[in-house]
Design a protein around this ligand. Structure first.
Ligand SMILES: Cc1cc2nc3c(=O)[nH]c(=O)nc-3n(C[C@H](O)[C@H](O)[C@H](O)COP(=O)(O)OP(=O)(O)OC[C@H]3O[C@@H](n4cnc5c(N)ncnc54)[C@H](O)[C@@H]3O)c2cc1C
Ligand code: SF4
Length: 553
């Protein structure tokens, strides 16, 4: 089958902006349905053979996650009355390549549960927040979660409190690591239940891809064998094989143009050498993630849309949520070697919803991980939590212990949606293309803090029960300063006055514009949002294909 190639001045059926977790699915679904599709992706197309165990490149020099060093500065402030400061690295972190962050995520894949969609009604409103019910239910999304399981490729086994599912997992769970065994034993002592973590990683060969070889360079790294189920190795090859999808890499979208009728007409972008192009399209799917989609909508303002595209509600960029977290690290007398294999193999969901008697809203899960993404160098950079030494024999001794004898029990928790937590355009700092930089304004709600502390305390109990000889514990007491779960900034809802997209991810204001990525999540879930981002993408594609066939797009 010949690869598709479309002239820019010819109208294609769809342009998909971004080839990440959601964009990859949209490209595959739309092209498989026979539509002509152009995917515009700013990053390169890295194949499994391109990924290296190069901790310096990936963790220190912005190899995959671009920041100031790569000409993509970002600024941060706590409150809207403050001036945002330039921050080193990328507070809103994501991988710039085909597959987006699904290329280097750790692949922990939790479904939301029925309660997540109706929690505001059940729990009641929370003053000062935009905490509301979703416009859809778990039952409506369930078939699409199952599509993610089988089309993306998941490994797992039904957990004790899993929501109803129409089908099991295609692959058995990943084998337990010693950190997972420690968590499981500790949980048992305390009367809680640790069960196998579901993964978007193959535990055995599936769909023509090999199983995980447990290399240990997983979280933050691309998978050298293609066992990690990123859209780069699952959806994009299928999309290209239809002969209907053209993937253009190194193409950075600068704006989406609209006509006098308020419909999108074309997508303007720069090729790598700075040449400007514009691809005409009947409809546009914006899947640039919870940070970049909002930036593009702002940058696409016009006299008809002075506050940015699709922003009549004023909600674009608002309700930014990251998921909270806590960390309890433990030193053990015996080796654990938590750096091996995937990030985590056991998870506890006993506190999915914290009892309201505690006086605050929240919930989450706890899993067992390695301290420093399994990297000796990262441990060195931190000076070692337990030894404190950065040099000489004390450092060597500490490193020997820290790398092999430690693990952490991490809390992954809810974030509340607030108008004051948002992504906007920085008025002064520009990126290498001359576009205003992403500006983040973020301060956690008091309930987010209480939840993170609650999870830290449960993890301390677990670490003691696991037999750690030394431990440290922390959460973001001063507030989170960024994240890699970029959620809520184009929220879904039935009411155009309070939401950006409808229940099928279609912009309320513009009939031929869809926003399909982490931005559409209404609430944060308890962590690990990508399973839901992908299920929403399959559902949006289903609706879009039917609407397009009826001539309603
Ligand atoms: C290190 C790490 C670990 C993670 N681990 C997990 C995990 O275990 N479980 C989990 O559920 N989630 C995890 N996540 C989060 C997960 O990866 C994201 O939720 C998910 O990838 C978001 O999907 P998306 O489609 O919204 O955006 P992305 O996957 O970020 O895709 C957006 C794409 O759009 C492209 N793009 C952006 N702007 C433009 C533009 N102007 N022009 C052209 N292209 C553009 C980007 O380059 C990117 O490829 C992790 C993230 C990171 C960084
Ligand atoms: S641990 Fe497994 S899934 Fe992760 S990068 Fe290594 S081989 Fe790939």
């Amino acid at each position: 089958m010949a690869w598709a190639s479309y002239p820019t001045r010819e109208e294609v059926d769809f342009v998909v902006i971004g080839s990440g977790a959601a964009g990859g699915i949209m490209a595959k679904e739309l092209s498989s349905a026979g539509f002509s599709v152009v995917v515009l992706e700013q990053g390169p197309h890295l194949r499994p053979g391109d990924f290296r165990h190069d901790e310096w490149n990936y963790t220190q020099t912005e190899g995959l996650v671009w920041g100031s060093r790569k000409g993509h500065p970002q600024t941060f402030r706590r409150y809207e009355h403050e001036k945002a400061e330039l921050v080193e690295g990328a507070p809103l972190g994501y991988a710039h390549n085909v597959g987006g962050s699904s290329a280097h995520f750790s692949g922990n894949f939790w479904r939301l549960r029925p309660i997540d969609f109706i929690e505001a009604s059940v729990r009641g409103p929370i003053a000062g927040t935009n905490f509301v019910d979703w416009p859809i239910t778990y039952e409506e999304l369930e078939p699409y979660y199952t599509k993610v399981d089988w089309e993306i490729g998941l490994s797992g086994v039904e957990g004790p409190w899993d929501p109803p599912r129409s089908k099991g997992y295609p692959c058995p769970p990943m084998p337990p690591k010693s950190s997972g065994v420690l968590l499981e034993r500790a949980a048992k002592k305390l009367g809680w239940t640790a069960y196998p973590e579901p993964h978007a990683i193959l535990s055995q060969p599936y769909n023509g891809r090999p199983g995980c070889i447990h290399c240990g360079f997983c979280n933050g790294f691309g998978c050298e064998v293609g066992a990690k189920s990123s859209t780069a190795v699952t959806m994009i090859p299928l999309a290209e094989a239809t002969g209907k999808c053209e993937l253009r890499t190194g193409c950075t979208v600068s704006r989406i143009n609209t006509n006098e009728q308020g419909r999108v007409t074309e997508v303007v972008y720069w090729e790598e050498d700075g040449t400007e192009q514009a691809q005409r399209a009947k409809a546009v799917v914006l899947s640039a993630n919870g940070a970049e989609s909002a930036r593009l909508l702002f940058l696409s303002e016009s006299s008809r849309f002075p506050d940015g595209l699709a922003n009549s509600s004023g909600m674009v960029g608002k309700n930014l949520m990251f998921n909270g977290g806590s960390n309890v690290s433990g030193l053990f007398a015996e080796p654990i070697n938590a750096h091996k294999s995937v990030a985590t193999t056991r998870v506890i969901h006993d506190f999915y919803s914290i009892d309201p008697k505690h006086g605050f809203y929240g919930g989450g899960g706890i899993d067992a991980r390695s301290l420093s993404r399994g990297l000796p160098m990262a441990a060195a950079m931190r000076g070692g939590i337990f030894s404190g030494a950065r040099w000489g024999s004390a450092y060597k001794k500490g490193l020997e212990q820290e790398f092999t004898h430690t693990c952490s029990f991490n809390g992954h928790t809810t974030s509340l949606p607030l108008s004051t937590n948002n992504v906007t355009l920085d008025p002064e700092v520009k990126d290498k293309w001359g576009r205003p930089a992403l500006r983040t304004t973020f301060m956690n709600h008091p309930d987010d803090f209480a939840t993170m502390k609650f999870f830290m305390e449960r993890s301390i109990e677990l670490m003691d029960a696991a037999g750690a000889i030394q431990k440290t514990a922390s959460y973001s007491e001063d507030g989170q300063r960024g994240g890699v779960h970029l959620l809520g900034t184009c929220r879904m809802g039935n009411d155009p006055a309070t939401s950006v997209v409808n229940r099928y991810n279609r912009a309320h204001d513009i009939p031929n514009l869809y926003m399909v990525d982490g931005g559409s999540l209404v609430t944060s879930g308890r962590g690990q949002p990508t399973m839901t981002i992908m299920a929403l993408a399959f559902r949006a594609a289903d609706h879009l294909i039917q609407a397009a066939r009826r001539g309603e797009v």
